[in-house]
Unconditional design. Structure first.
Length: 106
C-alpha cells in the first residue's frame, strides 16, 4: 500500500510539474504579448490578436487535456497497484518484442 501511495504521489508530482511548466509558458507568452504593446501599426495589432487567440486556445486545450486525462491516470494507477506482477509481465513482453523488432533492423 505504501508503494502505491508513493507511486501516486510521484505521478501527481510529475503531472503537476508538466502543467505548471505549460502554465509558465502561457504566462510568459502573455507577458511578451503585453510588452509588444509598444509596437504600432496594423501588422502589430494583427500579430497581437493572433498571439492572443493562440494563447486562449492553448489554455483551453491544457484544461481539456487535464480533465480528460485524470480518469485515465487514476484507472491506470489502480490497475498497476492491484496487479503488479501482471504489469511487470506485460512490460517485459513489450520490451522483448520491441528488442526483437529493433534487432532485426540492423
Amino acid at each position: 500500500m505504501a508503494r502505491k501511495n508513493a507511486a501516486l504521489a510521484d505521478s501527481d508530482q510529475i503531472k503537476d510539474q508538466v502543467f505548471s511548466e505549460l502554465q509558465a509558458l502561457i504566462e510568459e507568452s502573455e507577458k511578451l504579448l503585453n510588452d509588444s504593446a509598444a509596437l504600432v501599426g496594423e501588422e502589430a495589432e494583427t500579430l497581437r490578436a493572433q498571439v492572443s487567440l493562440k494563447l486562449r486556445q492553448a489554455r483551453h486545450a491544457a484544461n481539456k487535456v487535464r480533465s480528460r486525462a485524470q480518469p485515465v491516470v487514476e484507472a491506470t494507477q489502480d490497475y498497476i497497484g492491484g496487479h503488479p506482477w501482471q504489469t511487470v509481465a506485460i512490460s517485459a513482453g513489450l520490451g522483448l518484442v520491441a528488442g526483437l523488432l529493433l534487432g532485426r533492423r540492423h
